[in-house]
Design a protein around this ligand. Structure first.
Ligand code: ADP
Ligand code: ADP
Ligand code: ZN
Length: 217
């Protein structure tokens, strides 16, 4: 199964992708995570992407399309995958269509996570992740069971993203509305778009997504 999670920054794509990865065995492909690794590693791609990311602007289509094209060739993608944060422009969506065609694969669904802009700033400024296993948390909405200790791996080290600040969020939301939202009619026209209420509790959103995926299987 090949599924896209689509929604604004802070909608809960990563949170749900991590859960679906565990429950359905679909590997999570997050272009944001891949780009952050490239930036930390100081690779060519990382050098090209860094300034765009810090400014809350999209990196070029060429970079992300190249990353995804290579990634889906890997063995762990053979059972299907879940795209988190890609595509983000119509040009990326068209490139994905071509890639899938060439590999005899087909997209099963695009799940839109609808969340009002007002809550996104709060979600993003309160977000942090485990430095060791990348599990996602939130200052108010999703705390570890034991304060300061990761539920999954016991680590006591956590990270906050450099771009998770109020100013950058505004710019990222603008990019979303201008460049990514046009994907909604694009996939609607293909009959692939499924909408879930991303304002609901994290567990409830998971239930809604599992229903969508269950109906496809
Ligand atoms: P969020 O989880 O807040 O939606 P991501 O982790 O997906 O953010 O992305 C972080 C940043 O990485 C984006 O602001 C953008 O600069 C870059 N990025 C990630 N995916 C893409 C993409 N598909 N196209 C262009 N830029 C991307
Ligand atoms: P995205 O990957 O779409 O940018 P995340 O999954 O990283 O978003 O979620 C952003 C923040 O909001 C995280 O700190 C996460 O714990 C929290 N969060 C995710 N889903 C919900 C939800 N349904 N209700 C409240 N908080 C949420
Ligand atoms: Zn952890």
């Amino acid at each position: 199964m090949i599924v896209i999670l689509l929604g604004p920054p802070g909608a809960g794509k990563g949170t749900q992708a991590q859960r679906i990865e565990k429950s359905q065995g679909l590997v999570q492909l997050s272009t944001g995570d891949m780009l952050r690794s490239a930036v930390s590693a100081g690779s060519e791609v990382g050098k090209l992407a860094k300034d765009f990311m810090e400014a809350g602007k999209l990196v070029t289509d060429e970079i992300v399309v190249g990353i995804i094209a290579e990634r889906i060739e890997e063995d762990d993608c053979k059972q299907g995958f879940l795209l988190d944060g890609f595509p983000r422009t119509v040009a990326q969506a068209e490139a994905l269509d071509n890639m899938l065609d060439q590999n005899d694969l087909k997209l099963d669904a695009v799940v839109e996570m609808q969340v009002n802009d007002e809550v996104l700033v709060d979600r993003i400024t309160g977000r942090y992740t485990c430095a060791d296993c990348n599990a996602g948390y939130h200052d108010k909405n999703l705390k570890p069971k034991v304060d300061g200790v990761c539920d999954y791996c016991g680590s006591t080290n956590f990270n906050r993203r450099a771009d998770d600040n109020r100013e950058t969020v505004i710019s990222r939301l603008e990019s979303y509305h201008a460049q990514t939202a046009p994907l909604l009619p694009y996939y609607e026209a293909k009959g692939l778009l499924k909408v879930v209420d991303g304002m609901a509790d994290i567990d409830d959103v998971s239930t809604q997504i599992n229903e969508v995926l269950g109906a496809l299987a």
